[in-house]
Design a protein around this ligand. Structure first.
Ligand code: URP
Ligand code: ZN
Ligand code: ZN
Length: 456
């Protein structure tokens, strides 16, 4: 054996039990008690939880956006991921007008491959149908392992939005090809109307980012997308759900048996729109904005009762000087916040504090993302799966500060947040990449994950 982890508490999405876990050639080969294989490395995990690595299915690494490029590239973003117990990240390459899907994805793969410290997969953002040629390419993309496409129902002026007709064409072609459609739901016309009014009135602070995209802006677009997905019985994945009304509509559709999946992010679970009134409010500017406490409570309830499927980060940090561009005009603040290193510690900390079970944290951050997005070898501590493993000390407390994170950004919305319990080691396919607060992996060792077609 290459690695034997002994005496830990093994946590899966359904159960927790004391046991040992053996790894050979990057795979989990045996789980049991009192395993006595000879192994190159034996780790005593007494008092530790042994968890599957998290899968962050929503990151924007080196993303050109808001007049700049997001602060974490493939190296620093995946290094930070490893240090937060994330063993696979999904990035969002954006198709530019006239480009093909595989052309778009492969150009990002070329950048990612030499730098990736954990495994990686891609959703592809579709911005233009290229007179229908893109829809014809869906099958080829699925065969290549790209089994999810994303539509922005917003960012109209930025040229990224798709209209309803295009959305429906994508929903149908994705379903036909064995893919799932992800959507960012906000109504751009209402946002523009609000922005125009606030700027005219001289209301330029970060608070007006929230006020121009309040609950109803997201709810309308959520409901519209759900309506089309239901009408055409197409699978839909709503990214970064942040509002109660849209959440309720999605839950109703799920309960009626439609294949609607819901993602939320730690920032929507932790904060409320009150952050935009703070001195550092611009740092929290992301879209959709963080909503009111009613929405936050509804999101927590759905995290607890199983209605939310995944928690991912929307990791898209910008530097302070870039956030400052919007000091006197909130529309100039690049949208996005950091999170990839905080996701698993945050959800596991919630488990340590009794808000959810550790099993539910694993389900939300590892097994459901793997199942929904076709990562057949990931997301679970099961014999035959990749040995993507996190050792977690439930008694270790860490206060997040920018200097103990492993990204390239210069500030974090998680500054000062105490995590109750923390990962102490991360393995990607059996290779140690993080230990005792330090990155110990190798850039370029992460592998592209070709995914299976979407099946449900
Ligand atoms: O504010 C955000 N979320 N920035 C990244 C792009 C997106 O909308 O997901
Ligand atoms: Zn988005
Ligand atoms: Zn995003």
């Amino acid at each position: 054996m290459d690695l034997l982890i002994k005496n830990g508490t093994i946590v899966t999405e359904t159960e927790s039990f004391k046991g040992d876990l053996a790894v050979k050639d990057g795979k989990i080969v045996c789980i049991g008690s009192n395993l006595s294989f000879q192994a190159t490395e034996v780790v005593d995990a007494q008092g530790m939880l042994v968890l599957p690595g998290a899968i962050d299915v929503h990151t924007h690494l080196a993303m050109p956006f808001g007049g700049t490029v997001s602060a974490d590239g493939y190296l620093s973003g995946t290094r930070a991921a490893a240090c937060g117990g994330v063993t696979t990240v999904f990035d969002y390459p954006m198709q530019r007008k006239g480009m093909g899907i595989l052309e778009t994805v492969k150009s990002r793969m070329d950048l990612c491959a030499p730098e990736a410290c954990v495994d990686y997969a891609f959703h592809c953002i579709i911005t233009d149908l290229n007179e229908g040629r893109i829809l014809e390419e869906f099958k080829e993309a699925v065969d290549f392992g790209i089994t999810s496409f994303k539509c922005f129902l917003v960012y109209k002026k930025e040229g990224m939005m798709v209209d309803d007709g295009t959305l429906v064409k994508i929903l149908l072609a994705a379903k036909e090809a064995g893919a799932i459609t992800n959507i960012h739901a906000e109504n751009p016309d209402l946002i523009d109307m609000n922005i125009e009014k606030f700027l005219k009135e001289g209301k330029t602070s970060a608070w007006y980012h929230y006020m121009s995209r309040p609950e109803y802006v997201e709810a309308e677009a959520d409901k519209r997308a759900i309506h089309w997905a239901k009408a055409f019985e197409a699978p839909l994945y709503i990214v970064h759900m942040a509002d109660k009304e849209g959440l309720e509509a999605a839950i109703e559709a799920k309960r009626a048996g439609y294949p609607i999946h819901i993602e939320t992010c730690p920032q929507y679970l932790e904060f409320t729109c009150g952050v935009y009134r703070r001195e550092d409010g611009r740092n929290f500017v992301c879209s959709p904005p963080i909503k009111n406490s009613e929405s936050r409570e509804a999101l927590w309830e759905a995290v607890q009762n199983g209605m939310i499927d995944t928690v991912a980060t929307d990791h898209c940090p910008f530097q302070s000087y870039e956030k400052d561009w919007g000091k006197d005009d909130f529309t100039k603040i690049p949208n996005g916040c950091a999170g990839v290193e905080n996701l698993y510690p945050y959800m596991l900390s919630a488990a340590t504090m009794g808000k959810i079970t550790y099993n539910r944290a694993v389900e939300l951050c590892a097994s459901n993302p793997a199942r929904i997005f076709g990562c057949e070898k990931k997301g679970s501590l099961t014999v035959g799966k990749d040995a993507d493993i996190v050792l977690y000390d439930p008694n270790k407390e860490i206060k997040v500060t920018v200097s103990n994170m492993h990204s390239d950004y210069d500030h974090t919305i998680w500054e000062g947040h105490t995590m109750h319990g923390y990962p102490i080691a991360t393995y990607v396919r059996g290779n140690l990449v993080f230990q005792d607060g330090k990155f110990v992996g190798t850039p370029g060792s992460g592998k592209f994950i070709a995914r299976a077609p979407h099946s449900k």
